[in-house]
Design a protein around this ligand. Structure first.
Ligand code: PLP
Length: 400
């Protein structure tokens, strides 16, 4: 006789809540996206063609910014932004302790020094008060990161940047579609950086964008993405000229026209998708009211959260030291939880090669072992949401 134990955790041999793993994030590609890409594939220009400009125009309209520069990834966008900001060897750039490594790595690419700032524990956003204490004569820029989709306090950050003559960069790879004081993400900092990786708000496969109201900075980045050459292939074709000049040491960070066609098609759906992400987040928030040992991050009242991630914190008590077990137990139940992120300077490259030491950002270090991201993406169905709720209750009941 087959006996099922519905409460026995899958990690201990019980039946999982679901058979297939629910990812923490996922793209949503429909027929209109596929048609848009197909049209470009049979057109004249596969790269440096008209769709790149069109995507840039749509994006700058959407974000209410003057210029948008499309590149091949979010990392390329960060690199281009830091280049445009004029960061050079020995310059210090303040970055949040908890972020994806690329936010800090881009400073290293140009010989700069990332200086890690601690975060606010209830939002995980960079703490403006901490930034003040880290500014030295070598500080040239601040990179804020809109963790999980919530914009940072750009009012306070702008004041600090203006007082100390620093460039303010928003790593907005999580927050496309969000708002701060009713202003669109993309219009909040001097340079605003986006990624179009498949788990992000919209995708182009790989891809990135930088928005800025500063025409000079936009021009620098257009040159940087094209090997440091002052004209691109299509501009030369239109002029009937072969001649080009390389005026900076740039990279090939160009994005293709078929990726841009996908980006334009995806962007049309973004407002609906942000609503859907907010709906899922609200469902989670309501569910967590029954589980006081787990708290969600807060969204400040002046922000619209784009909810790239839904991050929970395992509060003190029995769950506190159990993150890695809960992670494995939820994965065994078919729930693709994840962890975003360890403090950047915990990574071996920062510890061993660059000699950063632990203890720099105590709030980030205290919260990191208690972080977990739950699945959230617009294509998630009601039954997926129920599976997450069921698995969360099952695992926490077993651990508590
Ligand atoms: C905060 C943040 N910055 C930068 C990046 C880099 O973007 P990409 O993967 O497109 O290079 C990511 C992507 O994961 C990110 O989450």
């Amino acid at each position: 006789m087959y006996i099922s134990f519905p409460n026995l955790l899958a990690i201990n041999g019980g039946t999982p809540v679901r058979e297939t793993l629910l990812p923490y994030g996922h793209q949503w590609i429909d027929r209109s996206d596929i048609n848009a890409v197909m049209d470009v594939l049979s057109s004249e220009w596969l790269t440096t063609g008209p769709l790149v400009n069109k995507f840039e125009t749509c994006f700058s309209e959407f974000t209410n910014s003057k210029n948008a520069v499309a590149v091949s990834s979010g990392t390329a966008a960060l690199h281009s932004a830091i280049f445009a900001a004029g960061i050079k060897k020995g310059d210090e750039v303040i970055v949040p302790a908890i972020t994806f490594v690329a936010t800090a790595n881009c400073v290293l690419y140009l010989g700069g020094i990332p200086v890690f700032a601690d975060i606010e524990p209830d939002t995980l956003l960079i703490d403006p008060d901490v930034i003040q204490s880290l500014i030295t004569p070598k500080t040239k820029a601040i990179i804020a990161m809109d963790y999980a989709g919530q914009p940072c306090d750009y009012g306070a950050l702008r004041d600090i940047a203006e007082d100390h003559d620093l460039i303010l960069i928003a790593d907005a790879c999580h927050s496309l579609g969000g708002k701060h004081h009713n202003k669109m993400v993309g219009s909040l900092a001097d340079l605003n950086v986006f990624s179009f990786h498949p788990v992000k708000a919209i995708t182009t496969g790989e891809g990135g964008m930088i928005t800025t109201d500063n025409d000079e900075l936009a021009k620098k980045m257009r040159i940087f993405r094209n090997h440091g050459i002052s004209t691109d292939h299509r501009e030369r074709q239109i002029k009937g000229s072969w001649n080009y000049e390389m005026i900076e040491l740039g990279f090939n960070y160009r994005i293709t026209d078929f990726q841009c066609a996908l980006g334009i098609s995806q962007l049309k759906k973004l407002p609906r998708w942000i609503e859907r992400r907010n709906f899922i987040a609200l469902e989670y928030i309501n569910c967590l009211k029954e589980l006081p040992e787990i708290v969600p991050l807060i969204t400040k009242s002046n922000n619209i959260n784009a909810y790239h991630l839904f991050v929970i914190i395992l509060e003190s008590g029995k769950l506190e030291n159990q993150r890695d077990y809960i992670f494995k137990a939820l994965r065994a139940e078919g729930i693709g939880v994840n962890v975003h992120y360890s403090p950047v300077y915990y990574h071996p490259y920062y510890q061993i090669s660059l000699k950063y030491s632990r203890g720099m950002c105590p709030k980030a270090e205290n919260i990191f072992p208690r972080l977990l991201s739950l699945p959230i993406y617009p294509a998630m169905q009601e039954r997926d949401l129920n599976d997450v709720r069921t698995a969360l209750r099952k695992v926490t009941d077993a651990v508590l």
